[in-house]
Design a protein around this ligand. Structure first.
Ligand code: SF4
Length: 191
C-alpha cells in the first residue's frame, strides 16, 4: 500500500478532523503561523543544547546509548509515514520516541499522545523492538513527561488511521470541533 497518511495528519485530525479535510481533500494550504516558525528555530537550538547537557531530555546521560534526530520512517503495510523528532536508545535496550513541545501547557493532549503512538508503531515495525513509552519534553518548563503506550492504545491507533482514510475517501466535510480560537485554518472555515 502507498503510505498516504502522515503522522502530522493524525495530530491534526485529533485536533479537528475538518483541518485534515481542508488540506487533504480540498488541497488548501496550511497557514504557517509565527508561533510554528518560532517553534522550528527554537527546535534547532534545542538540538544543539542537548549535546552540552548532563541530562538529555531529563534522562541521565549515562543511561543513554544513542540519540538520533530527524528519523524519517515509512511503513507501507499500515500506510503511515513521519519524521520523529528524536529517538533515544537506552543502555537497557529500550527505545523512546521524544517530541519537544514549545507550549505553555505541559500536560498530555490527546493528539500528542497519538503522535507518540504513531512514532512507536513506526519504530516497532522498523526495528522489532517494543516501544512501551514515549516522552514529551517541554523546554520552557524544563519538564519531561513519560507517556505509557499500551498494546490497546496501539490497536486503537490503527483504527484512527482507518477513520482518517475513510474521511478522505468519502470526500465529505466532517463536523468541526470547538477549538477554533487557535486554529490556523479558521479563514477557510465557516463555523
Ligand atoms: S476553525 Fe474550528 S472547526 Fe474549522 S477547522 Fe479549525 S478548529 Fe476545526
Amino acid at each position: 500500500m502507498e503510505a498516504d497518511i502522515a503522522v502530522s495528519d493524525v495530530v491534526q485530525f485529533m485536533y479537528c478532523p475538518r483541518k485534515v479535510y481542508f488540506y487533504k481533500v480540498l488541497g488548501l494550504p496550511m497557514v504557517d503561523r509565527k508561533k510554528m516558525t518560532y517553534g522550528r528555530d527554537e527546535h534547532e537550538r534545542e538540538h544543539r543544547r542537548v549535546k552540552e547537557r548532563k541530562r538529555i531530555y531529563g534522562i541521565e546521560k549515562d543511561q543513554i546509548k544513542k540519540v538520533q534526530h530527524g528519523v524519517f520512517l515509512v511503513d507501507e503495510d499500515v500506510g503511515l509515514y513521519g519524521q520523529i523528532d528524536t529517538v533515544v536508545e537506552l543502555q537497557d535496550g529500550s527505545v523512546i520516541p521524544v517530541d519537544v513541545k514549545y507550549s505553555d501547557y505541559s500536560g498530555v493532549f490527546k493528539n500528542w499522545k497519538k503522535q507518540l503512538l504513531a512514532y512507536a508503531l513506526l519504530l516497532e515495525r522498523k526495528s522489532g523492538v517494543k516501544v512501551r513509552k514515549g516522552l514529551l519534553y517541554f523546554p520552557k518548563q524544563r519538564k519531561k513527561v513519560f507517556v505509557e503506550l499500551s498494546a490497546e492504545d496501539k490497536e486503537f491507533f490503527l483504527k484512527d488511521i482507518e477513520r482518517i482514510r475513510g474521511m478522505i475517501k468519502s470526500g465529505k466535510m466532517p463536523r468541526g470541533r470547538d477549538r477554533c480560537g487557535y486554529c490556523e485554518m479558521k479563514k477557510y472555515c465557516k463555523e
